[in-house]
Design a binder for this molecule. Structure first.
Ligand code: ADP
Ligand code: MG
Length: 351
C-alpha cells in the first residue's frame, strides 16, 4: 500500500552522490593516501613525497614529479567517473592502479582538496570543498602534481569520530606507503610528519633502487623490512598456466609471532586476500609450528583478464578466474624454494 504522503523519486545531486560514494573509497586518512600515491605512480612519478599531520586528520599532501594534469582538465579530474586511464570499454584489461575516476571527487567531498599541477609550460590550481569548486587559477610549480587534502571528514563528524588515535592513523599511513614502496622499488618514497607545522620530519625514506627487478626488490625489502629479513629471504620465481610468482620468502627460522610480515601483490597491487594468505600458510605448514607465521613478500602476475580487481572499491580483494592455480603456484613455488634451502643447508653441514 503506497502512502499518499510518498514523496516523488528524485535524482540526488552531484555533491550528495560524491559524499555517498566517498564512504566506500575513503574510510580513513590512509585510504586517501593510498589513492593519491597510486595516482602519482600511475602518472609515472620517479619520486613521491607524502606529508601528513595528526595522522592525516588535518593534512595529507602528496607531491609527485609525474606527468601532471593540463589546466583545462582539472575540473574533469574532480568529476565523477572521469578517468584518463581506460577508455571505458575494457574493464577487464586494467594496467593502472586507478580506473574508476572516483578518488579525487570523493576526496573533494570529504575534505578541503587542492590540486596544483603542471603539464607542459603552465601550472594551475583547482580547489574544492564540499559542493563548492573554485575556478581554475594559474599557479607556480616546477613539475608534477601536488594534491593536498585538509581536514578530512570535517563536514561529517560521525565519520571523524570513528577515526583512531593520531598515532594509529599515522601507523596506518606508514603501512600503506611502505606497501606501495615494495611494489615500486624503482620509485623513491618519502614520508614526512608535519604535525606542529613547518617542514616536519622524515619518518620513512626509500631512495629509488637500481639494477634488475630482483636486485631492486631485495634492496627495497631490506630498507623496509630490515637487513635481517633480506639476509634470510629466499628468492622465488615460478610460473604456471600464465601465472607467475616472484618475490622473497624468509626461511622458517625467521618466522614471526604474528602475520605482520606477509605482503601480497597481484599485478603490482597490494592485496589482502584470504585465499592467498591461506596458501602461504599451507606452504610452510611442514616447516612451522601453529603459533609461528611465515614472512614473505609475494608478487603474483597474470594477464589482467584472468583476475578481477573490480570486486571492491578500495580494491583490497581480487578474484581469480581459476583460484586453484594461484593457490597451487604459491604452495608449490614456496615448498620448492624451502626444500632447496633445506637441502643446501644439510649438504653444507655434511661437508
Ligand atoms: P582514476 O585514478 O581512477 O583515474 P582519480 O579520481 O584518482 O581517478 O583521478 C582522476 C584523473 O586525474 C586520473 O585519471 C588522472 O588523469 C588525473 N590525475 C589524478 N592524480 C594525478 C597525478 N598525481 N598526476 C597526474 N594526473 C593525475
Ligand atoms: Mg586514482
Amino acid at each position: 500500500k503506497i502512502s499518499p504522503e510518498r514523496p516523488p523519486i528524485r535524482q540526488l545531486d552531484e555533491a550528495a552522490i560524491n559524499r555517498i560514494a566517498a564512504g566506500e573509497v575513503v574510510e580513513r586518512p590512509s585510504s586517501a593516501v593510498k589513492e593519491l600515491v597510486e595516482n602519482a605512480i600511475d602518472a609515472g612519478a620517479t619520486r613521491i613525497e607524502v606529508a601528513i599531520a595528526c595522522g592525516g586528520k588535518t593534512l595529507i599532501r602528496v607531491t609527485d614529479d609525474g606527468c601532471g594534469i593540463p589546466a583545462d582538465e582539472l575540473p574533469l579530474a574532480l568529476s565523477r567517473h572521469a578517468t584518463s586511464k581506460i577508455d571505458g570499454s575494457d574493464l577487464l584489461n586494467i594496467h593502472s592502479f586507478g580506473f574508476r575516476g572516483e578518488a579525487l571527487p570523493s576526496l573533494g567531498a570529504v575534505g578541503r582538496l587542492t590540486i596544483t599541477s603542471r603539464s607542459g609550460a603552465e601550472a594551475a590550481r583547482i580547489a574544492v570543498s564540499g559542493s563548492r569548486i573554485d575556478p581554475v587559477k594559474p599557479a607556480a610549480l616546477n613539475a608534477g602534481t601536488v594534491v593536498e587534502l585538509r581536514d578530512i571528514f570535517y563536514a561529517t563528524p560521525a565519520r571523524l569520530k570513528f577515526l583512531r588515535s593520531d598515532r594509529a592513523e599515522t601507523q596506518a599511513v606508514g603501512d600503506v606507503v611502505k606497501r606501495l614502496a615494495m611494489a615500486e622499488p624503482f620509485i623513491g618514497f618519502t614520508l614526512r610528519d608535519c604535525t606542529g607545522g613547518g617542514e616536519g620530519r622524515v619518518t620513512f625514506r626509500a631512495d629509488p633502487e637500481t639494477g634488475d627487478l630482483f636486485g631492486a626488490l631485495h634492496g627495497r625489502l631490506s630498507r623496509i623490512l630490515g637487513a635481517d629479513f633480506a639476509e634470510n629471504a629466499l628468492r622465488l620465481e615460478a610460473e604456471r598456466n600464465g601465472l607467475t610468482l616472484a618475490g622473497y620468502a624468509a626461511l622458517p627460522t625467521y618466522s614471526r609471532g604474528s602475520s605482520t610480515h606477509q605482503y601480497l601483490f597481484v599485478n603490482g597491487r597490494p592485496v589482502r586476500d584470504k585465499m592467498l594468505l591461506g596458501a602461504l600458510r599451507a606452504a610452510y605448514s611442514d616447516f612451522l609450528s601453529r603459533d609461528r607465521h611465515p614472512a614473505a613478500v609475494l608478487f603474483l602476475d597474470c594477464d589482467p583478464h584472468l583476475v578481477d580487481v573490480n570486486v571492491h572499491p578500495a580494491k583490497a580483494e581480487v578474484r581469480f578466474r581459476e583460484p586453484g592455480i594461484a593457490r597451487g603456484l604459491i604452495v608449490s613455488g614456496l615448498r620448492h624454494a624451502l626444500a632447496e634451502a633445506g637441502h643446501r643447508a644439510s649438504t653444507t653441514v655434511a661437508t
